[in-house]
Structures are given as C-alpha cells and as structure tokens.
Design a protein around this ligand. Structure first.
Ligand code: 5GP
Ligand code: MN
Length: 323
C-alpha cells in the first residue's frame, strides 16, 4: 500500500498546488468514517498547504458527531465549477448526492476509499479493500506525506476507524489498524470522551424507534434472517429522524441465530433505503449491487424505488437466495 502512495503522493500534492477551486467531499447519509476522513484529510492539507480547500457534505451531519470540528464542513453551491474534487469513503460517484450535470463539470477527481464495490471513477484512484476504514487509508497517506497530526485530526481519524470496525470487533480490524489506533492515542486523543459521545448518547427518540423496531422484528428462515420495516408513520410516532435508524440493523444482526439482518427505511414516497448486514458467510455487497447499491461484504446498502411492502418482497427474495 505504501508503495502505491509513494507513486501517487507527489501527483496528489502537485494537483492540489495547481488547482484553484478544491473540494474534499464524502457520501450522503454521512457516518463516522466519511466525516472523520474528510475532516482528517481536509484539516491536515489546509494546515500545511497555503490553499483554501473546502470540506463539504451534501447532507445533514448526525448529532452524535457534533463533538468533532464539524464547523469546518460546509455545503456546496451547485453552480460552483470544481477544479479538483477529492472524494473519501465514496464507493461510486452517485453517492455524493449530485445531479449528473454538476458531476460532469468537475475537472479532476481523486478517489480515496476502501469499499470492495468502488467503481474507480476517479482520475486517480486510491482504493484499499483491506483497510478497515477510509480513515485508515488517510492516516497512511498523511504518514507518507510526512504530515504530523494534531489532537483534533487524530480524533477525527480515530472516530472513523472505531465506527467502521464496530469498535475493533469486525474482521476488517488488522494488526495495522490497532497500531494506527495506538499511534492516534499517542497524540493525546481523549478516548473516554470519544466513546461516550459515539456510543453512550442515544436520544430518547432513537431509543423509542429501537423499541418500535424490535416490536416489529421478523425472524425468518430458521431465525437466520432478521428484518425490520420502518415506515414514515413510525418515525413520526417516535418523534425520531431517519438518521435515528442507523444502528438498528447492527442490533438485530447481533441476535445469536442471525446471519443476515435487513432494515428497510421509508425515506420518501416510494423511496426505500435498505441497510444490510451479515455475520459470517453471506456477502451482502452482492445483494446490494443487484439494486445498484454497494458497500462491503458484511455491511452494505441500496435504495429500492417502490412502496415498502414491494421493496421488502424484492430484497427478501435476494437474501433467501443468498443464504
Ligand atoms: P449503511 O447500512 O450503514 O447505510 O451502509 C453500510 C455500508 O454500505 C456503508 O459502507 C455504506 O457506504 C454502503 N452503502 C450504503 N448504501 C449504499 C448505496 O446506496 N450505494 C453504495 N454504493 N453503497 C452504499
Ligand atoms: Mn468507510
């Protein structure tokens, strides 16, 4: 991996130096890794280069990341002409959440990611499927560039690594991941505070939604498949937002018998966002790509444009074929 950086690091720095309007962005439905990586790379480059690099996401930032320096994350003006776009944690360009016209006007793209389904849409692609997280890839890149980390930047990178590895529980956690986490701790990050902010601040609305989900949980195929449908009415009843559904799929995956967990979320009329998780042997990224989504073998997602009952039927059919 580091050899790969060796050859591209100068290209990246040269491209940044010679471009005017530069944006660092990640996917809609932002998570710890997307927010951690854009802040980690963006703040680092802004610190050492005499450039004004914009950091942006085309979506709202979930409240549990408010302890990070998110004031540096802006929105993007869709009339802006971008000279250089650096995408992080973004498996395909559609995940940025922009219209095609806008994307076609971007002059140069550097794509930095770790998803197996990455489509290599960039002019430069740094995609490491073996990295636990995009934050891990960014750490390696900053190290290769000899850019030192501040406590704030180290905190952002740690957040991405911690959230994408399920707190160092998933198989994507390598010895290198632990070594990097250790180096981040050396920078003086406050691990107690990070974990409290990330994992011990579930709102009442989120908790009610979890209860409602568990009341509606269906277990199929000898309890190997767990599935929950969340309708707009349920979100309203629990006074919760769509973002509050984020960790429900992980919760139901953790039932002992479950191999595949699926949550369907009615985000709009005939627009159903689907989250998939597996535990040991099913590759859910293959299921997600059948619906033009993507992700990782054990965590992926897609959108189905139909009513929630039809969406459930379609995704269940594919899950039962795969299991
Ligand atoms: P989540 O279920 O937490 O939204 O997403 C799980 C994983 O799948 C994440 O790595 C996320 O980036 C990826 N993912 C979720 N939805 C989509 C999608 O619509 N397209 C692609 N390419 N990846 C997705
Ligand atoms: Mn990620």
């Amino acid at each position: 991996m580091n050899n790969m950086f060796n050859s591209v690091k100068n290209d990246i720095l040269e491209k940044i130096k010679t471009s005017d309007k530069i944006y660092i962005m990640s996917h809609i439905d932002p998570d710890g890794d997307s927010i951690g990586s854009i802040l980690g790379l963006g703040l680092s480059l802004n610190r050492i280069l005499n450039k004004d690099i914009n950091i942006a996401v085309n979506d709202d930032i979930p409240s549990n990341f408010e302890f990070l320096p998110i004031k540096h994350i802006g929105k993007i003006n869709s009339n802006d002409k971008i000279d250089l776009l650096i995408t992080l944690d973004c498996a395909d360009i559609g995940r940025l959440g922009f219209e095609e016209d806008f994307l076609n006007n971007i002059k140069y793209i550097i794509n930095i990611d770790h998803h197996v389904t990455n489509t290599n849409f960039g002019d430069i692609n740094i995609v490491n499927h073996n990295a636990s997280s995009t934050c891990e890839v960014v750490y390696e890149l900053l190290e290769e560039m000899n850019i030192g980390l501040t406590v704030d930047i180290a905190t952002c990178l740690y957040v991405g690594i911690s959230t994408d590895t399920g707190s160092f529980k998933y198989g994507n956690t390598s010895s290198r991941t632990h070594l990097i986490a250790s180096n981040l701790l050396e920078k003086g990050i406050d691990i107690g505070k990070i974990n409290t902010e990330l994992y011990q601040k579930r709102s009442v609305g989120r908790t009610k939604l979890l209860m409602e989900s568990l009341n509606n949980l269906e277990l199929l195929n000898n309890d190997k498949v767990a599935i929950v449908s969340l309708t707009s009415d349920m979100f309203d009843r629990c006074n919760s937002s769509k973002k509050d559904a984020d960790s429900i799929v992980d919760f139901i995956r953790d039932i002992s018998t479950v191999e595949v967990a699926c949550v369907l979320k009615e985000v709009d009329y005939e627009k159903i966002k689907i989250s998939l998780r597996s535990k040991e042997y099913v590759d859910v990224s293959k299921i997600a790509t059948e619906f033009e989504g993507g992700g990782h073998s054990k965590a992926s997602g897609c959108t189905i444009f139909s009513n929630i009952e039809e969406a459930k039927e379609k995704i269940l059919k594919k899950i039962l074929e795969a299991i």
